[in-house]
Design a protein around this ligand. Structure first.
Ligand code: HEC
Ligand code: HEC
Length: 439
């Protein structure tokens, strides 16, 4: 548990800053105190998509799509000075210290949560006892960022086990995800720069999401509700190829685009995504040097109740370990963790596209097979989402593979292609028995 969140992250991180160009938002003032005191009702009063004050005031456009790789066209980019979080119903004072209902006060600085000691500049960011690091069997791809995650459940409380859905997490739960870029992915512990730490907070009224952006000195991360753009990130990928792109730290409002389900009244309700038994069901080497199954570790700490014997717990394989599962299972797992938070029957994008990529979907048409896209026009690689046996004319593969903003999928959260993921889905479609969709 005391393992450095990002091993080997020390002074090297500071030296690297030169390799990553400046960020646009470094100079703006920290969000006001009132802002930071955002109160629970946030999740209960979700902004309708169109009305969401996405950072950058990008005239209804989606910052994620617009920002993409096209550096110059700044319009959609969340930028300095937009941290005001205008449309959010700020509760101002009522989340003060000592709130009786268990609300978590949202600090302006990440250190204010008390979840970590140290910093990337000072020996590495280390989770405190009770803030348990975890990994997923297959994670979301985000421009090759190296991610580390932690889960904190308030003392005396526990998460409830679920076979399929996210764990049932109590009020006061804090989940963090930290994004960092090593200069060279083949040496992920060297020359690392930590960019952002995202925090999900379980308040009495529901979940809230907050982005914290690390300073260049790597000593502190500050609440950045408006998001950020880090220009000209450069790294060497696993194949030794240099990749350069603008990395987008999503704004607070953009978190909801992925982290939501629609409730009965079609409101977007914020939810966590990855903390599901099947993704947590793997081993992790903890600070004491011991390797344990993560779910059993949490249960052993009293942080998880209702865990059945491990053979009964579902398991999502590592999508890129061909020994771990067959091609179909691995491809479906990749789509589940990378796409299903939007493409499922209970989300906004699922409603729009009627394309369901969650692991539970068995209906071939809903998976995209011989399905004509509802929305996209021409120029997305074909006429059908999936043409069995023909990946190169399948829209699903095209949109996963392209780096063109407005066309690429996910529409938010990446600027560059995930070569491995693109290959996996290509192989998956290629292996399907040939079939013409025109008949
Ligand atoms: C492009 C979609 C997308 C956006 C935008 C997004 N997330 Fe996530 N997030 C995910 C997915 C998928 C996972 C689970 C997979 C993983 O952890 O790699 C996740 C995981 C997390 C986790 C770990 C707990 C969990 O839900 O599994 C935290 C914390 C988190 N996100 C916070 C945020 C915050 C805060 C924002 C906004 C600043 C945000 N995310 C924006 C897709 C997104
Ligand atoms: C942040 C939400 C989001 C994520 C994540 C996401 N999509 Fe989409 N997707 C959408 C929206 C919204 C549409 C409808 C508008 C459009 O076509 O651009 C869509 C449409 C599509 C379409 C056209 C489908 C049709 O039949 O109309 C395909 C194919 C697609 N997505 C594939 C993917 C794949 C593959 C992934 C994961 C690698 C993914 N998407 C992840 C939001 C998302």
């Amino acid at each position: 548990m005391r393992k450095p969140l990002i091993p080997g992250l020390g002074l090297a991180a500071v030296l690297l800053t030169a390799a990553l160009a400046s960020c646009s938002g470094g100079e703006d003032p920290p969000p006001s105190g009132a802002d930071a005191g955002n109160t629970p009702p946030d999740a209960g009063t979700p902004p309708v998509d169109g009305g969401t004050p996405d950072a950058g005031g990008d005239a209804g456009g989606d910052a994620g799509m617009d920002a993409g790789v096209d550096a110059g066209g700044d319009s959609g980019i969340p930028d300095a000075g937009e941290d005001g979080d205008a449309g959010t119903p700020d509760g101002g004072g009522d989340a003060g210290p000592g709130v009786p209902d268990g609300s978590v006060v949202i600090p302006n600085s990440l250190s204010g949560f008390g979840l970590f000691t140290g910093s990337p500049a000072d020996g590495g960011l280390k989770p405190v006892a009770g803030n348990v690091p975890y990994e997923l069997t297959t994670p979301l791809f985000s421009d090759y960022a190296v991610k580390s995650r932690t889960l904190h459940v308030p003392p005396g409380k526990a998460a409830g086990y679920h076979a399929r859905d996210v764990l049932d997490l109590p009020v006061g739960t804090l989940i963090t995800k930290t994004f960092a870029f090593p200069a060279d992915l083949r040496e992920p512990d060297k020359d690392v720069r930590v960019i952002e730490t995202r925090v999900l907070v379980r308040q009495p009224g529901g979940w809230e999401a907050y982005p914290y952006f690390w300073n260049e000195a790597q000593t502190e991360a500050t609440l950045a509700n408006g998001g950020r753009v880090v220009r000209d990130v450069q790294l060497i990928d696993e194949q030794g190829v240099t990749r350069k792109f603008d990395y987008l730290v999503p704004s607070k409002n953009q978190c909801l685009k992925c982290h939501h389900v629609l409730d009965g009244a079609q409101n977007q309700v914020m939810v966590p995504i990855g903390v599901k038994a099947r993704y947590l069901n793997r081993e992790h080497t903890y600070g004491d040097g011991q390797t344990r199954n993560q779910l059993q570790h949490l249960a052993g700490l009293g942080m998880l109740t209702g865990l059945p014997p491990l053979p009964e717990v579902p398991h999502a394989p590592d999508a890129f370990d061909s020994e771990a599962a067959d091609l179909d299972t691995r491809a479906r797992t990749y789509l589940d963790i990378n796409c299903a938070h939007c493409h499922n029957p209970k989300s906004q994008a699922g409603e729009t596209s009627r394309l369901f990529l969650d692991i539970a979907t068995m209906d071939k048409f809903s998976l995209g097979i011989c399905k004509r896209p509802g929305s996209a026009g021409s120029g997305v690689g074909g006429e059908f989402d999936i043409v069995p046996g023909s990946p190169s004319v399948s829209i699903l593969w095209y949109r996963l593979n392209t780096e063109e903003s407005g066309k690429m999928m996910p529409e938010l959260g990446r600027a560059i292609r995930h070569d491995q993921g693109s290959q996996l889905i290509f192989d998956w479609i290629d292996a399907m028995p040939d079939r013409s969709c025109e008949e």
